[in-house]
Design a protein around this ligand. Structure first.
Ligand code: AR6
Length: 514
């Protein structure tokens, strides 16, 4: 059969952030929102950090310059504080020769307990292959070290941890983000290197970059890490230039209590418009819509390790997203993280083993009055189906519906830009996930752009299914019940089950003949 697609809903008719500019231009101050800059000054064109009181506790990011000095009985023999050691090491990088060896020595001077664990082979490999080609590292490292050292001046207020089951936001300047990321690069964040279960930050992603510098033997991976490092160094090169970015970015953790999740059995709303295409990507064609990050529960997934699929690539194109790892506790089933205003810094090509950094991206995306780019990303983590059969159970279908619902919830009804969420590394079935996402979008009153990542056949199948469902005015509750029927049927007939869309088509035809 031909896999030519019929006409699809035009992408230009889908709503983007610019259509909702009034909502984005609203005052930022509200409950549960920490703003790290002085908003009055910002409105008159100057970026000044907002003043606060230093804290070192379990509710806030632990800054390296606030590391408590161990008690010492002999004042005269007092060890230098950890920050003092860090400061000296970074200061020497602002002056010295700045070979990769120097970077390693600096980092290890205040991370000595990891001296037998950390290696820097991927960083050395980058240095050998690429550094003169891209951004003369010996010029860049001093600028990055200076930026990192500026932390006490650039951020004067504690950053709250965005913990589970809290609705909380953080807005900061792109410059503050770059400073935090420079610290992450130099691995200065205290208490963040231990990831063992039960450790203080076991529920948080890693933030110090040590894992990006290391590599386990496989030489093909070494070169992929070099490509990741190119994206990272290009970012730092841009933000330490004279024309450093001057906007803000907002991070919001959204948790919806179970009592406020929809009752899928009784939600009588029809599906909304769908633009579907095998061409295009969420990152480009979806700009200005709500762009879905196919996330890990630990935001950013393997971006600082060897992961290189949708989420990691997105974070490499837009490294400001990486800072979310500093403060976002792992996502629970009823939660998502929404990021408003990140900038794009790089073009990349390829995927996974073929990934490479291509060139700078000159981001001209318009901005709201807070100079946040009209770009919004929502991180939702699908279930990881080690065994794909598990995805058709009633509970798992409901879990994914609720997760997508939380991600798509909100007063601003931009279209959703998405695709095969949960269907790569996490082994989901895109035909089921497409329906789940369409249902969650419908309940939230939003249209959708769905990119099938080159798969024409899938695009056609989803398009045909969507057309049948909308033509027959099938509502979400009805579809939900059919999915439950399929779940029961699949459990019974698991040896030769009918395909999901065949099953639903029969239900539609049956409904039509009633
Ligand atoms: N635009 C549209 N579709 C895409 C794009 C894109 N840019 N990139 C990939 N796809 P995957 P998951 C399609 O595996 O299964 C990460 O490590 C493509 O068909 O990234 O939800 C996270 O941190 C691909 O097969 O998402 C998580 O740990 C499919 O989307 C984990 O992977 C799924 O992409 C999430 O895995």
């Amino acid at each position: 059969p031909s896999i030519e697609l019929g006409p699809t809903y035009p992408i230009r008719n889908l709503k983007t952030m610019q259509d909702f500019y009034k909502e984005f231009d609203q005052p930022l101050l509200k409950k549960e929102h920490t703003i790290l800059i002085d908003l009055k000054c910002f409105q008159s064109g100057v970026i000044v950090p907002h003043q606060g009181t230093d804290v070192w506790d379990q509710h806030h990011v632990k800054f390296p310059h606030l590391y408590p000095r161990p008690p010492s009985h002999h004042k005269s023999h007092a060890q230098p504080s950890r920050w003092e050691v860090t400061r000296r090491a970074l200061l020497s990088l602002t002056k010295g020769s700045n070979s990769i060896g120097d970077v390693q020595t600096a980092i290890m001077s205040y991370n000595s307990s990891n001296k037998d664990k950390w290696t820097f082979d991927a960083l050395y490999n980058y240095g050998q292959r690429l550094q003169t080609m891209d951004n003369n590292l010996h010029l860049l490292i001093p600028k990055m070290a200076k930026l990192a050292l500026n932390l006490p001046e650039l951020i004067k207020k504690p950053i709250p941890l965005l913990r589970q089951q809290q609705n909380q936001g953080i807005t900061m300047s792109q410059q503050q983000i770059s400073c935090l990321l420079a610290n992450a690069f130099f691995c200065t964040f205290p208490h963040r290197n231990d990831t063992k279960p039960g450790s203080e930050y076991a529920n948080y992603p890693t933030i110090n970059f040590s894992s990006l510098f290391a590599n386990k033997t496989d030489p093909t991976k070494l070169d992929l890490k070099a490509e990741k490092l190119r994206a990272i160094f290009h970012y730092f090169n841009t933000v330490t230039n004279d024309e450093e970015p001057d906007g803000l970015v907002t991070f919001e953790r959204i948790s919806i209590p179970p009592s406020k999740l929809p009752n899928w059995n009784t939600t009588k709303v029809p599906l909304r418009n769908l633009h579907i295409s095998p061409e295009g990507s969420i990152e480009n064609e979806g700009t200005g819509m709500l762009q879905v990050d196919f996330a890990s529960r630990f935001i950013g997934g393997g971006v600082l390790g060897s992961g290189l699929v949708q989420e990691e690539i997105l974070f490499l194109m837009s490294p400001e997203l990486i800072v979310a790892r500093l403060f976002t506790e792992k996502l629970a089933d009823n939660e998502c993280l929404k990021i408003t205003g990140p900038q794009m810094y790089s073009y990349t090509s390829g995927y996974s083993k073929t990934f490479s950094w291509v060139c700078p991206y000159d981001d001209r995306t318009k901005r709201d009055i807070w100079k946040r780019r009209y770009r919004q990303v929502v991180a939702i983590d699908a279930l990881d189906f080690k065994n794909p059969r598990e995805q058709y159970t009633k509970d798992n279908i409901k879990r994914e519906l609720n997760k997508a619902f939380v991600g798509f919830h909100g007063d601003v009804k931009t279209a959703i830009a998405t695709g095969n969420w949960g269907c790569g590394a996490f082994k989901g079935d895109p035909k089921l996930k497409a329906l789940i996402q369409l249902m969650a979008a419908a309940v939230n009153g939003r249209d959708m752009a769905y990119f099938t990542f080159g798969n024409k056949e899938l695009a056609k199948e989803i398009q045909t299914m969507h057309e049948k469902l909308t033509m027959k005015k099938v509502t979400v509750d009805k579809l939900y019940n059919w999915l439950k029927d399929f779940s029961a049927y699949y459990a019974r007939e698991h040896h030769f089950p009918k395909d999901l869309y065949g099953f639903i088509s029969e239900k539609i035809d049956h409904k039509a003949s009633l």
